[in-house]
Ligand binder design. Structure first.
Ligand code: SF4
Ligand code: SF4
Length: 291
């Protein structure tokens, strides 16, 4: 089984619309969205009958006021100031260390699983081709996005093993933080979607730095290259020096923007399919050569 991961140093590069396009162009693939803070792939792929599963990545303290004798120990000793003067516990501040439950003389505090988000297994109907789609939603203010990404990934890989899929195509989070690091596990090739601008170049270099640290191969795709041809050329030259192949350049397309605005996968329109297909073929060829 191989996994193709699509990343960008920042949001707004066209990463998700291109990922959705690659999923539709691939002969047979499982789709994953690792952007657990703002999963947008399902907006384009329109999951059918998604099955939701609770996700918990830690514990939280629950205080029973009927048992509490108001000794104040828990409030005074919680180093995260999660317990207020009325003995209410802030779920946002509680780190789940369990110390308050240990020190409570009357066992008024218990620890329970903390609901951190949900992950979903579904199918997407792409013109009659049924594509398994896995994605997740982290609750607002919750941490452990990397663990939720790992949950989505392992569920998708399990499905692939059970049903004989040999390819996962995954939409990563923007940036280079915890969810991106988690999404790199077992990825065979990363497509870096970059926009030709000063900030786009800066973010591209940061992604590359992370991939070099993790030993993951990548291929560059410059999107909207014609908005800044000089910067596009500089990016390609830099990629060559770093031994990063180039999958191609895509021009700015108002047709693509119009498709995404109404929630359509770009390659469902012929003009866009003709534009994106050669880039996909280059990526697929490069992926074939990866171990
Ligand atoms: S579990 Fe730890 S962080 Fe949470 S309220 Fe108790 S002492 Fe504070
Ligand atoms: S340590 Fe236990 S008894 Fe004391 S205030 Fe906290 S919950 Fe109440």
């Amino acid at each position: 089984m191989k996994e193709l991961l699509v990343l960008s140093g920042k949001g707004g590069t066209g990463k998700t619309s291109l990922t959705a396009s690659f999923i539709c162009l691939a002969e047979k693939a499982i789709a994953c969205d690792y952007d657990v803070d703002a999963s947008n792939l399902p907006i384009l792929l329109k999951p059918v009958d998604p099955k939701g599963h609770e996700f918990s990545a830690g514990l939280t303290a629950d205080l029973d006021k009927d048992i509490c004798i108001d000794c104040g120990l828990c409030r005074d000793l919680c180093r995260f100031d999660a317990i207020n003067s009325k003995y209410q516990i802030s779920t946002l501040s509680c780190e789940g260390c369990g110390f308050c439950a240990e020190v409570c003389p009357v066992e008024a505090i218990s620890m329970s699983e903390r609901p951190s988000g949900r992950w979903f297994a579904s199918m997407s109907d792409q013109d009659g081709k049924m594509v398994p789609l896995f994605y997740a939603e982290l609750r607002p203010g919750e941490e452990n996005s990397g663990k939720l990404v790992a949950q989505v990934k392992s569920s998708a890989r399990q499905k692939a093993l059970e049903e004989g899929y040999s390819l996962l195509i995954s939409d990563g989070s923007p940036g280079i933080g915890c969810p991106v690091i988690s999404s790199l596990v077992e990825a065979n090739l990363v497509v870096i979607v970059a926009e030709p601008s000063v900030s786009g170049f800066h973010d591209l270099k940061r992604v590359r730095e992370l991939l070099a640290l993790r030993g993951v191969r990548s291929i560059l795709l410059i999107n909207k290259w014609d908005l800044n041809p000089e910067a596009s050329e500089a990016m390609e030259k830099w990629a060559q020096e770093c031994d990063i192949p180039c999958a191609g350049r895509l021009p700015y397309s108002s047709e693509l923007a119009a498709a995404v605005a109404v929630g359509e996968v770009p390659v469902s329109r012929k003009e866009l399919r003709d534009l994106i297909l050669p880039v996909w073929e280059n990526i697929a060829k490069t992926l074939e050569k990866q171990n």
